[in-house]
Design a protein around this ligand. Structure first.
Ligand code: FES
Length: 175
């Protein structure tokens, strides 16, 4: 385990611990069911999930680390590496692709200083991130807003009907 990885579990605050305990209390019959809520809590707090997080959550739920790791590596939403402060997720499924989402992703990349030809290669890997650490851009599958394609999820905000000319102004809102 690297030093960085050790730091996350070492940095658990009393508030985070209380929140984790509260989440686990919702699943009195099967603690394992708290895996996803705890992983979301951890990633929201630390930005990604390191080995110490996997081990801490496993211990909390009386599981083995591999039980948690298989969840982390199954869902693309979870990251094992730090991403940018603002994450731009552009939908690439059919309706959005036909409405120009590949060009939209390229424009977002150019607007935040990321090589548009750069993609992450594996589950848990951080998406391409700007050198200042402020932005990551990645493709995702359908965001359930096909009628307003092309769309992107920027952190927690859904942005619809994106025109290429809108992209620089959208990015400016997150600088
Ligand atoms: S295809 Fe993009 S939101 Fe459904």
């Amino acid at each position: 385990m690297t030093e960085t990885m050790t730091c996350q579990a070492d940095a658990i605050t009393p508030e985070l611990l209380a929140e984790a305990d509260e989440l686990v209390s919702h699943y009195p019959v099967s603690k394992r069911s708290a895996s996803l809520p705890l992983l979301h809590l951890w990633q929201n707090h630390f930005g990604f999930i390191d080995d110490s997080g996997v081990e801490w959550i496993a211990a909390k739920l009386e599981l083995t680390p591999v039980n948690i790791l298989e969840v982390v590596t199954f869902y693309p939403w979870f990251r094992r590496e730090r991403a940018g402060k603002t994450i731009i997720r552009v939908c690439r499924t059919l309706a959005c692709a036909m409405a120009g989402s590949y060009e939209v992703r390229e424009k977002f990349c150019q607007s935040v200083g990321i090589d548009p030809h750069c993609h992450s290669h594996g589950f848990g890997e951080a998406p391409p991130t700007s050198s200042d650490g402020n932005f990551s851009v990645e493709f995702v599958e359908c965001l359930a807003s096909c009628g307003s394609a092309p769309v992107a999820l920027i952190n927690d905000e859904l942005v619809e009907n994106i025109a290429l000319s809108d992209v620089p102004a959208i990015v400016d809102q997150y600088k």
